[in-house]
Design a protein around this ligand. Structure first.
Ligand SMILES: Nc1ncnc2c1ncn2[C@@H]1O[C@H](COP(=O)(O)OP(=O)(O)OP(=O)(O)O)[C@@H](O)[C@H]1O
Ligand SMILES: Cc1cn([C@H]2C[C@H](O)[C@@H](COP(=O)(O)O)O2)c(=O)[nH]c1=O
Length: 205
C-alpha cells in the first residue's frame, strides 16, 4: 500500500493529541509501519527551535521563518525518508498550522506565507489532514483543566483563537478532498469513531 502522510490540526486544547495515539494504533493494527511526530519539532534541531518558538517573544516574520526552518529539517531528516521507506507518517501539525496561526492569528502576509510554503515543500502536501474544530472558550476550559503552565501561544486571547479557527476552516474549504473537519465538541469516543471512519475511507482503500 502507498505510504501516507497524515496531519492533525486545531486550536490549542481542541483535543487532537488525545486522538493521535488512536490513529497510530489503527494504522499499526493493519501491519503498517508508522512514524508519529510533531511540529514544531520532530528532529533534535526542530525540538530546540520549538523551545524558542513556544517561549521567546519574536517578530511575526521571525516566527514564521523559524516554523518553516524547523519544517525544512523535519522534511529532510524524518518525513521524506520515512515516506520513501514505505512508512506512514502521522504529524501533530504541519503547514496548515502556519496558515492558521501566523496568517490567520497574527496577520502574516499571505504572499509571504505562500512563498515559504512553495520554497520548503513545493510538491509535498499531506494526503489527509484532520482539523479538530472547537469553540475557543471550550478549548480554553479544557487547557485550564490540564493544570499545565501555558506557553506563548496558549496565553493568547479568545479573539486570536477565533481568527486561527476561521483560518483553519478557510483552509478546509479550499481543499475539501484533503482536509476533513471533525467536530471536537463530541465525546472522545464519538471522535475516535468518526476518525476511524475517515481513515478507513480515505487511506485504506
Ligand atoms: N473530546 C473531549 N472532550 C473533553 N475533553 C477532552 C476531549 N479531548 C481532549 N480532552 C481534554 O482536553 C485537554 C486537551 O487535550 P489535548 O492535549 O489532546 O489537546 P490538543 O488539541 O492536543 O492541545 P495542544 O495543541 O495545546 O497540545 C486534555 O486534558 C484532554 O484530556
Ligand atoms: C507547526 C506550528 C505550530 N504553531 C503553534 C501552535 C501551538 O500553539 C504550538 C505547538 O504546540 P502543540 O501543543 O504541539 O500543539 O505552536 C504555530 O503557531 N505555527 C506552526 O506552523
Amino acid at each position: 500500500m502507498k505510504s501516507r502522510f497524515i496531519t492533525f490540526e486545531g486550536i490549542d486544547g481542541a483535543g487532537k493529541s488525545s486522538q493521535i495515539a488512536a490513529a497510530v494504533a489503527l494504522i499499526e493494527s493493519r501491519g503498517i509501519p508508522v512514524v508519529q511526530t510533531r511540529e514544531p519539532g520532530g528532529t533534535p534541531l526542530g525540538e530546540k527551535l520549538r523551545e524558542l518558538l513556544l517561549h521567546e517573544s519574536m517578530h511575526l516574520e521571525t516566527e514564521a521563518m523559524l516554523m518553516f526552518a524547523a519544517r525544512r529539517e523535519h522534511l529532510a531528516a524524518l518525513i521524506e525518508p520515512s515516506l520513501a521507506a514505505g512508512k506512514w507518517v502521522v504529524s501533530d501539525r504541519f503547514t496548515d498550522a502556519t496558515y492558521a496561526y501566523q496568517v490567520g492569528g497574527r496577520g502574516l502576509d499571505e504572499v509571504r506565507f505562500s512563498a515559504l510554503e512553495n520554497w520548503v515543500h513545493p510538491h509535498l502536501q499531506p494526503d489527509l489532514t484532520l482539523i479538530f474544530d472547537l469553540d475557543p472558550a471550550v478549548a480554553a476550559r479544557r487547557l485550564a483543566g490540564t493544570g499545565n503552565a501555558p506557553d506563548r501561544f496558549e496565553r493568547e486571547k479568545a479573539d486570536f483563537f477565533e481568527r486561527v479557527r476561521n483560518a483553519y476552516l478557510r483552509r478546509a474549504a479550499a481543499d475539501p478532498c484533503r482536509v476533513k473537519v471533525i467536530d471536537a465538541s463530541q465525546t472522545p469516543d464519538e471522535i475516535r469513531k468518526e476518525l476511524q471512519e475517515i481513515l478507513l475511507e480515505s487511506c485504506f482503500q
